[in-house]
Design a protein around this ligand. Structure first.
Ligand SMILES: [Zn+2]
Length: 328
């Protein structure tokens, strides 16, 4: 599966500071070739593990009426504390702090609530669309803000924007070496359902008080999460021979903040327990490197599937067309 955001960002002129969410509706996975899809026939584990992580702090996606970044991160941190997930990592683009007191206050609230921060580059830069040197410059540029907000806490975790780790092996190797030399660990992802893609539709539908549309948004968000969590776990069986402790990619949007209690409840019903990012990424699977040039990157299981040409199990497309057309 491939994330196609870069081509969209460049073709629409949204530029390099656009967050994942700016291109939500144009993004999509390329579906696996149906003839190549092979149903997974094994059994999923009864008690999987997941670390939740949040990208694009302190400002992900458009704001529904009456919301601001401080309110969103206050609520998100409180929800995480309720389920004993202090220390959850949020990955920061420090450009969003510039001249924005609300964003600055939001990030301070997140850290003061006991949550952690890591790097997502200064401006959400695409490694596919830029040189390794430019990308490394953006990692360095992000550091003063991370050090300022995190204080003595460990901020040396790195999440690649768009999950794109290099479209050439030279870039991939150069940036990995840079990260290692500068003390970073890569915050790999195993589960991703592109949660950000629901947010802007929610902002529009809430402005119209369209309760029927909002009910559909909530149900389709949870249904898509369930489908793609199952798919990610099936990929792990195919790629690694067994399930691994998981890292889920979420975004600090208003809608994911609204839905988090329901998502946590759904995960618990599926048998999931929660763990810290550092503990999960100690699993030997996360030390494996597909070592492939991948234009559109992906989760770690995706990268193994794509680089080894392993057939994906069948999966439903996400409802991007409806999300794009709702509540105008
Ligand atoms: Zn991002």
């Amino acid at each position: 599966m491939k994330r196609l955001l870069l081509a969209i960002l460049l073709s629409t002129g949204l530029g390099l500071v656009a967050p994942c969410t700016a291109a939500a509706f144009q993004s999509s996975y390329q579906p696996a070739t149906p003839s190549a899809a092979q149903p997974f026939t094994g059994a999923l584990d009864s008690h999987p593990t997941v670390a939740l992580t949040f990208d694009d702090l302190p400002a992900a996606g458009s704001l529904p009426q009456g919301q601001n970044r401080s309110k969103i991160l206050t609520t998100l941190a409180a929800e995480l504390k309720t389920v004993h997930l202090e220390g959850t990592y949020g990955f920061v683009n420090a450009v969003k702090l510039e001249n924005d007191p609300d964003a600055q206050q939001a990030l301070r609230i997140w850290v003061d609530a006991g949550m952690n921060i890591g790097s997502h580059t200064w401006s959400h830069m695409s490694l596919t669309g830029n040189t390794a040197e430019a990308f490394e410059h953006e990692i360095a540029l992000n550091e003063p803000a991370l050090a300022q907000y995190a204080g003595a806490r460990d901020w040396h975790w790195f999440r690649y924007p768009f999950l794109w780790e290099g479209d050439t092996l030279e870039k991939r190797h150069a940036v990995r070496a840079y990260l290692k030399d500068h003390g970073y660990r890569v915050a790999q992802v195993s589960l991703d359902f592109e949660d950000y893609a629901w947010n802007d539709a929610y902002a529009r539908c809430s402005a119209k008080a369209d309760s029927e549309a909002i009910a559909w948004l909530k149900q389709s968000y949870l249904d898509t999460a369930a489908d793609y969590i199952r798919l990610g776990r099936e990929e792990e069986h195919i790629a690694f021979g067994h399930e691994i402790p998981n890292v889920m990619l979420l975004h600090a949007t208003a809608f994911t903040t609204l839905m988090l209690p329901n998502l946590v409840e759904q995960l618990r019903k599926e048998g999931f327990g929660f763990a810290a990012l550092a503990d999960v990424e100690q699993d030997p699977a996360y030390a494996q490197d597909p070592d492939a040039a991948l234009k559109y990157g992906g989760t770690l299981p995706d990268q193994f599937m794509d680089s080894r040409h392993l057939p994906y199990p069948p999966f439903k497309p996400k409802p991007f067309d409806k999300l794009k057309s709702l509540c105008w």
